[in-house]
Design a protein around this ligand. Sequence first.
Ligand code: SF4
Length: 307
Amino acid sequence: MSDVIFGPVNSRRFGKSLGIDLSPALKQCNFDCVYCELKGAKPVNNMQEVVSVQLVIDSLKSALVKHNDIDVITLTANGEPTLYPYLDELVREINKIKQNYKLLILSNGASIIDENIQKTLANIDIVKLSLDCASVKCFKKIDRPHKDINIDNIINSMKQFSKSYKGSLIIEVLAVEGINDKDEEFEKLNLVLNDIKPARVDISTIDRPPAYKVKKVSMERLEELANKIKSLHVSIAYRKDYHGKKENFSDDEILNLISKRPQSIDDINMSFNDETKIRFRKLLAEKQIIEENIAGAMFYTKNLKGE
Ligand code: SF4
């Protein structure tokens, strides 16, 4: 198997994923994010080293024979997968052989301004785009984009794409201490995200050594920031060693919390004590709470239909 295929890896948010790396030899990205897990590199707006569609498809076919218990096939790159020049052809070829698995792409979101990219993404089951800041200054500081990239155009294109896209659109926000971790930034993001209306918002912080000298935010602060995002399905990436503060909620308090914003299974495990979990399961059995799978992550909402 060539190094364009990696995994499968288990991800809490998407399930078991077989990865395709569209830039296996070097970083090719139109951003140079401060938090990147790869070494810092000057942003580019096209790929210089390009693997062939045939190589990717042949490698994927052999990997699928070996790994037949996955949930998703994930298009990614050491850099930005939408810079891959044959992405449209590749997506069409993958769709022919992907069986019942979902196709997912992890993109930084900048190429969404290109209508041809939007047409290609429309053929992908789950599209995850990043949006770390909604304001120009903050965006430039955290994502260090190629000079031609403008955050207002990206946001407008995300809104446009979301209206017609039939799959699951996920927006990921990564919080960095001292850059986008201010209340005002998340309040702006809340307004923009409620216009884009993604199926899910994934909120995380730095997890691995970053390209530049920046720091993660604490889990407590990440929860506060996530609470600024109203009405949408928000998935917080909790650190494995974080145990949260376990609360004791009555039935009404559980329903009130869940009606303000859907709670993920991780939120429930993190913040409900054992007695509250029993009450929660009872409300679920009585169908006062309903369960939803949002692109591979379980969420719980108040049943407004009362059925
Ligand atoms: S978009 Fe991804 S690959 Fe590109 S610099 Fe940012 S974190 Fe790194």
